[in-house]
Design a protein around this ligand. Sequence first.
Ligand SMILES: *Cc1c(COP(=O)(O)O)cnc(C)c1O
Length: 209
Amino acid sequence: MIKENYEKIKKEVGDSAHIIAVTKYHSVEETLEAYEAGVRHFGENRVEGFIEKRKALPEDAEVHFIGTMQSRKVKDVIEDLNYLHSLERESVAKKIETAAHHIVNCFIQVNVSDESSKHGLQPNQVEDFLETLSQYKYVKVIGLMTMAPHTDDESVIEDTFKGLALLRDQVKEKYPTVTELSMGMSNDYQIALNYGATYIRVGSKIMGS
Ligand SMILES: *Cc1c(COP(=O)(O)O)cnc(C)c1O
């Protein structure tokens, strides 16, 4: 099933975006099944799952940290942390800077839809944060990340993804490393692709629910 699911999405996406299979609710065995099916990007939102999946997967697989990162946990994952999708606090960047021996590719999480329940910076805080981070040697901001509201109203989802793309275009002029867009999940990745997503994070539509 995982193989069919992945191949179907792969066909839709083509080369336009990287597909991250979110394995947070799934076993090591199922994660390896996804690897066999051709998946090379995996997403985990907790430290324990990240470490467990990283250990089990072959070296050419990339495990992305997509959940909230607590600064005191950075040291537990830093050796294997190559992609962090949820950077929003300087305290986390500081920990990375002191613990890392390699560059960590980061996405700044942005609360485009301004829901109080959501993590992320307000769009108007992003530029100041980028200015602060520009002094860091091991924190490289490669893009922006957002989560759309859970709604059937497609126009709300479109506005969210469009907003992130516009913000990226805006900040890229001054911070040219900020090129990527991490947006789109099982329910809305097709919309995200329409607005230029370069990383989609798909859980249930690949791994099953
Ligand atoms: C769980 C999760 C996903 C995947 O969600 P699905 O709806 O199962 O595709 C994507 N991004 C983040 C940050 C997540 O926590």
